[in-house]
Design a protein around this ligand. Structure first.
Ligand code: HEM
Length: 400
């Protein structure tokens, strides 16, 4: 049996529930949010550790360190939630890859939950118990290490998944089956450096500028806000060229394996040059913060497309393509998925607007339009619960 035949046989016999290329687009788009939040978590964690360890005498650094310590657990939470979305799509259109990788790295897939729990909890411990007076910095450091390690596990899983030609060798090294799942079978350090620490610095740069912009209406400490935004710009300016160098190293090491060296090198160098140019030209970082955030999210979308292009190129070697993944429109689940998405977006939008408006000004007033949206969103949530309850009753009574 060839690798291509094996991959086709491992697909879900029921087929995908929706047009597979549309799920592929959703995978790419939702991963942008995931990587943005997890890199923000790592970046803000690093910033708070730096501030409370090396800049304890500077009031501005301590103030920023406290903001970062608060941001870190919140971003981890958002990173987890937004990680589930691409997970759903990967499992649907790349199920042979995802499940094989999780089996071959079984120990780490299982440990991943505990690593995340540890990293998340410790980020909270530092925020709630340490960040006020700079105690317990070791909890922040341990949290950073665990969260970074979680990213490493993600990276290994993905790297194993796009190399199906190696699976048999990894499963049975020297002809003996190895079911421990403890070996990190595949990884690419330049890719990881590009995706995690460097993107953590760039996400931090965008978020720090945005925080300064956001706080300017309720804070009178303009010097601190200017300093914060300037720091964000400086960080972006220093890291953007290094981002290009790491990207080039990624292209030169992983590229030849799948015949995609130029496909990685050209866009990453372009991204690095564009970001460097942007930060150089950015004269008033505080006023342009929303634009800077949008620019960074657009760059991450570019990276998400590059990642997907590498996977597509790797799988094409074995004749596996999302375009010919069998599918059958499952209108029931499409309806439930669509309804849940609409209700979820409305509720999240309401919460985001309340949080935004409550802290955007000194008075913290919530506009009547947002209050109205809240009533509608809560009503929709009630209807959604009612619908699920009825589906449950119907299932129990009539589908037994
Ligand atoms: C702080 C913890 C985490 C970090 C730092 C992290 C980081 C990463 C990184 C760097 C990648 C890209 C790997 C690569 O392309 O080489 C990735 C992919 C991914 N992550 Fe996470 N992640 C974290 C937590 C999670 C969690 C909790 C979930 C699920 C609930 C998740 C779901 C995913 C998925 C589905 C992918 C895409 C896999 C693929 O395309 O094959 N991540 N993550």
């Amino acid at each position: 049996m060839t690798v291509g035949e094996m991959l086709k046989m491992m697909r879900d016999p029921l087929g995908a529930p929706f047009f597979p290329p549309a799920l592929q687009v959703l995978l790419v788009v939702t991963w942008v949010l995931h990587i943005f939040f997890v890199t923000t978590a790592l970046g803000s964690s690093a910033l708070s550790i730096f501030a409370f360890t090396f800049r304890r005498t500077s009031e501005s650094w301590l103030q920023l360190g406290r903001i970062a310590a608060r941001l870190s657990p919140n971003s981890v939470g958002l990173g987890i939630v937004t990680g589930i979305a691409p997970l759903l799509f990967v499992q649907t259109i790349y199920d042979p890859l995802w499940y094989a990788a999780n089996t071959l790295s079984g120990f780490w897939s299982a440990m991943f939950i505990f690593i995340m729990m540890g990293g998340y909890s410790l980020a909270y411990v530092f925020y709630l118990k340490g960040s006020k007076d700079g105690r317990l910095v070791f909890t922040a450091a341990l949290s950073f290490v665990l969260l970074f390690f979680a990213g490493w596990v993600m990276h290994v899983l993905h790297s194993v998944s796009i190399r199906p030609d190696q699976w048999l060798r990894w499963y049975m090294p020297d002809g003996v089956i190895d079911t421990r799942g403890v070996t990190f079978h595949a990884y690419n350090i330049p890719r990881l450096v590009f995706l995690l620490p460097l993107q953590a610095a760039l996400s931090l740069s965008a978020v720090v500028m945005f925080a300064a912009w956001y706080m300017r209406k309720r804070s009178d400490d303009h010097a601190f806000l200017e300093w914060t935004a300037g720091l964000g710009r400086k960080l972006g300016l220093v890291v953007s060229p290094i981002y290009g160098v790491a990207g080039l190293a990624w292209a030169l090491t992983e590229g030849p394996e799948f015949g995609v060296t130029a496909l990685i090198a050209v866009p990453v160098l372009g991204l690095s040059a564009a970001l460097t140019g942007y930060f150089l030209a950015l004269k008033r970082p505080i006023d342009k913060a929303p634009l800077s955030l949008a620019v960074w999210l657009a760059a991450l979308l570019g990276v998400a497309v590059i990642r997907e292009a590498i996977r597509v190129a790797s799988m094409a070697r074995f004749g596996y393509s999302v375009a010919d993944y069998p599918y059958r429109m499952d209108w029931g689940s499409i309806l439930v998925f669509g309804g849940t998405t609409i209700v979820g977006v409305m509720v999240v939008l309401y919460l985001v607007l309340v949080l935004y408006q409550a802290n955007a000004s000194k008075e913290g007033t919530i506009s009547p339009r947002v209050e109205r949206l809240g009533k509608i969103a809560t009503g929709m949530l009630g209807a959604w619960f009612g619908f699920f309850f009825l589906v449950g009753i119907y299932t129990v009574l009539f589908l037994r």
